[in-house]
Design a protein around this ligand. Structure first.
Ligand SMILES: NC(=O)c1ccc[n+]([C@@H]2O[C@H](COP(=O)([O-])OP(=O)(O)OC[C@H]3O[C@@H](n4cnc5c(N)ncnc54)[C@H](OP(=O)(O)O)[C@@H]3O)[C@@H](O)[C@H]2O)c1
Length: 402
């Protein structure tokens, strides 16, 4: 479970942003750039978008810029020549960037690729703003153990977990009856399975309330995102799976809720703008101003809630089952999902093939206990291989106009 650490002084805080060119990354850059004296930048990292990375590094006067793809090194070096900004490339260099002495590290890489760099930040006891949920899903228990051992502070950035963090009673966890994660329901909330079977990439990434990266947008459309968040919430707050519920709330105003044993329910509300939860973690324990639109409940007028539909959205059931099964099951779930979502984004499989590949991969592989990180990497690699084989098999049949 995350532990609320002692309040840090309201002083300058050096920052590193892992995944600075992504959706969460650019919004973090936006907030940091509004107060450069308070938030000096140590390092920025990206996968291969060197144009944006170089521009951010110059704008924020970063000490270092790192690109994961070694093939992009020469271009990054060229773009930053004469700036005095250090340049490096490769996945080891991304992890090394996280080891540099920034007070605060934003973990906003997408997928299990964020595991090593997040771990590097945790192992030096940094404040880690945690967006990269796949890392907790694939290595939850081990990651939380590392957080405890090294005295790191994990601040959730996912809007749902940030909401829970803000209303969770860390002193009296016995008084928590249940966590309620809200879900927008995604772009296919009211669609039938026939529509989903033919859904295109463009339809799946068109999220009704949030603007996000492609992978998480597809995860929202399948509702696997909520499944991953359920697993994330379990590890972050130490609440068992059967006391974590999901509620579909299309307006995305109530970001999540905690129910207490006396029947009180505490929630955090706000307009759907990721800069609010990012700012909560950036300023924590102080609050910092953001340009996010203020919540006007009169304008919002109606807030609605409905139960998720397990028939149209089986991903939630798969995630619950993986968490109950334990061991490497969540690792397999997340890795197979990453492979399948990428294949869908590449138009190699259909939308409903995603959940099928995840379910079949979970059924095909043993759910071994995860004693160490080597076991996590092995379960992750096995699942990717298994899921990729299924993508290839589906790809052998025509995918028409996808
Ligand atoms: N977007 C949201 O509103 C939101 C909300 C809650 C939680 N999250 C979580 O936050 C994480 C990031 O989401 P996002 O939407 O910001 O994703 P995104 O827009 O796709 O950005 C991903 C970032 O990671 C970098 N990256 C990708 N693959 C990498 C690799 N192999 N090694 C190193 N860096 C790599 C990308 O670099 P390039 O730009 O060079 O590709 C980019 O900077 C995800 O885990 C997501 O679930 C996102």
């Amino acid at each position: 479970m995350v532990v609320k650490a002692e309040a840090a002084p309201d002083a300058p805080r050096s920052v590193t942003i892992l995944g600075s060119t992504g959706s969460v990354g650019t919004q973090t850059v936006d907030l940091v750039s509004r107060d450069p004296e308070r938030f000096p930048v140590e390092a920025l990292t990206a996968n291969r978008n060197v144009t944006l990375l170089a521009q951010q590094a110059r704008q924020l006067n970063a000490r270092m810029a790192v690109v994961a793809d070694p093939a992009a090194y020469a271009e990054l070096k060229d773009l930053l020549s004469g700036s005095g900004i250090e340049v490096a490339a490769g996945s080891d260099a991304v992890a090394a960037a996280a080891e540099r002495p920034a007070d605060w590290v934003m973990a906003a890489i997408v997928g299990a690729a964020g595991l090593e760099p997040t771990l590097a930040a945790v192992r030096r006891g940094a404040i880690v703003a945690f967006a990269n949920k796949e890392v907790l899903v694939c290595a939850g228990a081990l990651m939380m153990e590392e957080v405890k051992t090294h005295g790191a502070t994990l601040l959730p950035v996912d809007s749902e977990h940030s909401a829970i963090y803000q209303v969770f009673d860390f002193e009296r966890t016995d008084s928590v009856a249940r966590l309620i994660l809200t879900a927008s329901g995604g772009p296919f909330r009211t669609r039938d399975r026939g529509f989903m079977a033919a859904a295109t990439r463009e339809q799946a990434v068109a999220h009704p309330t949030w603007e996000m990266g492609a992978k998480i947008s597809v995860d929202s459309a399948t509702m696997m995102n909520k499944g991953l968040e359920l697993i994330e919430a379990h590890f972050l707050f130490g609440i068992p799976e059967d006391r974590i519920d999901v509620l579909v709330h299309p307006q995305s105003v109530v970001h999540s809720l905690v129910e207490y044993v006396d029947g009180s329910v505490l929630a955090q509300l706000g307009t759907p703008d990721m800069r609010t939860p990012i700012a909560y973690s950036l300023g924590w324990p102080a609050r910092i101003a953001t340009p996010a639109e203020r919540l006007d409940l009169v304008k919002a007028a109606t807030l609605t809630f409905e139960a998720p539909d397990p028939v149209r959205f089986p991903a939630l059931r798969l995630a619950r089952a993986a968490l109950q099964s334990g061991g490497g099951a969540p690792t397999i779930l997340s890795a197979a999902n990453e492979v399948a979502v990428q294949a869908f984004l590449d138009r190699r499989i259909g939308f409903l093939d995603i959940e099928r590949i995840v379910e079949e991969t979970l059924a095909a592989l043993p759910h071994r206990p995860l004693r160490d990180l080597a076991a996590v990497r092995e379960a992750d690699a096995d699942a990717r291989r298994e899921a990729a084989g299924r993508v290839t098999a589906i790809g052998a049949t025509a995918v028409g106009s996808r």
